[in-house]
Design a protein around this ligand. Structure first.
Ligand SMILES: Cc1cc2nc3c(=O)[nH]c(=O)nc-3n(C[C@H](O)[C@H](O)[C@H](O)COP(=O)(O)OP(=O)(O)OC[C@H]3O[C@@H](n4cnc5c(N)ncnc54)[C@H](O)[C@@H]3O)c2cc1C
Length: 375
């Protein structure tokens, strides 16, 4: 690495890579610093892999706007660059009269957000589309799909590198000091450590983004940046149940939207999984045991009557970097330049939970516009 950079991005998850692909060009010295041995080892490889349409999020929120535009950009990117994806469509299934009412609110919100292809289905229409699913009514979302997130990250990494960005692995940011016209960044790597100067610093550190903001001198409690870790487990469904549904099947989300509810996700090869659950935790631990098997079974049996408890096997888990604490209402993404805190040139991305994967290319463009005001 050289001793000066124009732009330094902390974190090589899908967000850091998308941002690097967006802001790198031959006139700029751009670095991406990643503490792991390669990209995409944390939240960006521990999710449902769903391209969301933008139904759930508050109107005009960054989550809504960046999800809706990310959805459109992603399908185009996939088509143009041979990235695996499938516009399977999704059903949000109501199983009680109260949930049927909720569907009305959801479809109105989705339409206001600009989510395309939403349609209310009667019980009969639901049965025609998915004979093995039980429900009183449903929303059909034609623009929801699934994506090979590994291929997407590989595309962003290759694009960033072809635009002269360098991705530096096994390199952990441990110190940030504001100095004239930029930042002195201290890192630890396999050979010890060093520090260098960067004009612009972009925090895409996922589960550590609050700590990075703190290193730069921001009081993360005053700023509202302290993260809550929220674990989501997945159980795989027996291969015998493959083919029994052909869309993504979601429940009506619980009132305070902490997540979309335990749903059926399908991989591009047709394998079915259930998840993710919602469990606020203090430590990052990705292990999954049988402990929550009954909870998964109970949560899905009412709309997926073909599931037997023995079909479920613990699979994997991801951890959401949430700004929303337990029993709090939904919080938006924070994506902002911190000039108002005396930190001109420092751009924070905090709380990039779902729909972060869907929104990644739109987030990158948004960050690109913040960078354009600085360089
Ligand atoms: C259970 C679950 C399900 C989800 N499902 C969906 C979905 O279906 N659709 C959707 O759109 N979104 C979904 N998401 C959200 C999506 O996965 C995330 O928004 C996205 O992956 C966040 O990417 P990121 O790059 O911000 O974070 P990460 O992938 O965590 O990357 C951050 C990187 O920063 C690095 N880093 C941290 N600190 C330092 C440091 N000090 N020095 C150097 N490097 C550092 C880390 O090593 C890491 O590689 C889901 C998330 C979860 C948890």
């Amino acid at each position: 690495m050289q001793t000066t950079a124009d732009i330094t991005i902390i974190g090589a998850g899908v967000i850091g890579l998308a941002v690097a692909a967006e802001v790198a060009n031959e006139k700029r010295q751009v670095y991406v610093l990643e503490r792991n041995a390669t990209w995409g080892q944390e939240t960006s490889s521990r999710h449902s892999g769903v391209i969301h349409a933008g139904i759930y999020y508050p109107i005009n929120s960054l989550k809504a706007r960046l999800c809706v535009s990310g959805n459109r950009i992603l399908y185009r990117l996939c088509q143009q660059n041979n990235i695996g994806c499938s516009k399977l469509g999704k059903l949000i299934v109501a199983t009680t009269a109260k949930e049927v009412e909720e569907l009305e609110t959801l479809i109105q919100r989705g339409n206001s957000n600009g989510a395309l292809g939403l349609e209310m289905l009667s019980r009969k229409a639901l049965k025609q589309l998915e004979p093995n699913v039980e429900g009183m009514a449903a929303i059909f979302s034609a623009e929801t799909g699934i994506i090979d997130s590994h291929a997407l990250m590989s595309y962003f990494a290759a694009k960033a590198k072809s635009n002269q960005a360098q991705i530096v692995y096994r390199t952990r940011v441990v110190g940030i000091e504001k100095i004239k016209d930029g930042y002195q960044v201290e890192v630890v790597d396999s050979e010890g450590g060093f520090s260098f100067f960067t004009r612009v610093l972009i925090n895409c550190a996922g589960l550590s983004c609050d700590k990075i903001a703190g290193l730069a001198g921001i009081n993360i409690d005053d700023a509202g940046y302290r993260l809550h870790y929220c674990k989501g487990e997945y159980f795989s469904l027996s291969n015998a149940k493959r083919g029994l549904v052909s869309h993504l099947i979601f429940p009506v989300p619980p009132p305070r939207v902490t997540g979309a509810g335990i749903h059926v996700v399908m991989d591009l090869d047709g394998r079915l999984r259930l998840g993710p659950s919602i469990d606020y935790v203090d430590v990052i631990d990705y292990s999954v045991t049988d402990k929550h098997k009954q909870l998964f079974y109970d949560a899905t049996k009412r709309f997926l009557p073909f599931i037997e408890i023995d079909d479920l096997q613990p699979e994997m888990a991801g951890i959401r970097p949430k700004l929303q604490g337990p029993d709090e209402s939904i919080k938006d993404f924070v994506i902002k330049g911190e000039g108002d805190k005396g930190l001109l040139g420092f751009i924070n991305l905090v709380g990039i939970e779902s729909p972060g994967l869907t929104a990644a290319p739109a987030i990158a463009r948004y960050v690109g516009s913040l960078v354009a005001e600085l360089l």
